[in-house]
Ligand binder design. Sequence first.
Ligand code: SAM
Length: 478
Amino acid sequence: MELPQSFEERMARWLGAEYPDFRQALEAESVHGLRANRLKVTPEALAARLPFSLEPVPWAPDGFVYGQGERPSRHPYYFAGLYYLQEPSAMLPATLLDVRPGERVLDLCAAPGGKATQLAAALGGRGLLVVNDVHPKRIKALVHNLEVHGVKNAVVTNDYPAHLARVFPAFFDKVLVDAPCSGEGMFRKDPALINEWSLELVTWCIQQQKGLLRHAATMLKPGGRLVYSTCTFNPEENEAIIEWFLRRHPEFELVEVPRQPGWESGRPDWVDGGRPELARCIRLWPHRVRGEGHFVAVLQKRGDAETAVDAARAQRTGPPPHLGKQALEVTPPDPWMAEAVARFEARHFTRPVLTGNERTLVRFGRRLFLMPPNLPDLSAVRLVRPGWLIGDVKKDRYRPSSALALALSVDDVQPERCVHLPSDADEVMAYLRGEPLARTLLPGWNLVTVDGYPLGWLRQLPGRQKNLYPDAWRIKKI
Ligand code: SAM
């Protein structure tokens, strides 16, 4: 692997005698992992069913390493959202955020959603997950992953952290800043990053990282936990950022996390004037653990921290210009829409999946959502999803969404409305390609499952069947 000379020189200077081991590790195969989605399946049940050679990831109870040459991205369970493909080191930041069901959690740089889906699983469907990314294109992948994973309590925003900080001062129990970085830790996994790397990129990332942490601090409640992570090795984007942050924010301290074999300490000695506590940061090196390169710092905001000052600071900081077209407005649904949803529920479900919970039915353009409770006014942020997308309204009709199907449990749906396919049936791939199935169905909406895990809807119309698996998600015929 050919690497930029300045990258090699810098790493050799920092690592000294350790450098040859590090350099050799970069020539080895990258490590592949998957993480069970506990919203749908336990890791044990998943491992028992998947035909892959899975070995547990020591620091992520739901994570597994799978073998070289195996292709879990082609297994039907992947499309049912039973797991996320994520390399093992990337599972550490969300694990260390230590999210508990019912908390309010923010993932500030969330696309494409690896850590967001992990946080959603830790919440167990309770509490609130706000996921944000500034990149409009990357948001699409994020939304897709949340929907396939069956996440019902997430609000998705596509805005600058400065805007969010004005709406959510001292609001969250937990905040994750998985920052944009120069990606040195991913060179082995994604060699395209090698050509994108430069010292100018490092400098640009540092500016981003400081801004993100500043706003993240504002949005965290006193007593809350903030995790900062990158997938890069240089100390400028890691320990030096934490040193800068702690100088500016004396209300925070670095948390000492119990170590596991292979985890290395942060390096205060690589930062000018770095405080000894920086050793509490965690470095995952590819020559020390079975995973790619990662850096994680766990920070705690003092319980008595002055939140009024934070809130005032958020108000004073002028927000950047808006990211284009202002979002649609969230409004109450027309009465007939609520009635149509209730009618659909009565006809298709065994229990009040849509009406019997604390979430509020709202309309956002032509779409209907169940919005989590206790949210502040969101009209000032660029909103992508105000909650769980349960369908849309067209020509005076309610149509259920794929996001609804994928968040259902098979017991929610009347048995005669379920089309159960075994995972080795050709019909599974036919369904995922958008084809109709040669089956007699009840008129109306029918849920297709693989081994009892929902995939999406099939609609039986007079004389024809309609496959409602979204165009953008369909697989190509191989
Ligand atoms: N957490 C993600 C995951 O696990 O799938 C990966 C996040 S990636 C390392 C960093 C993300 O930060 C990118 O998706 C990028 O679009 C986003 N980003 C960059 N600058 C940002 C900013 N100022 N505010 C919010 N997000 C930003």
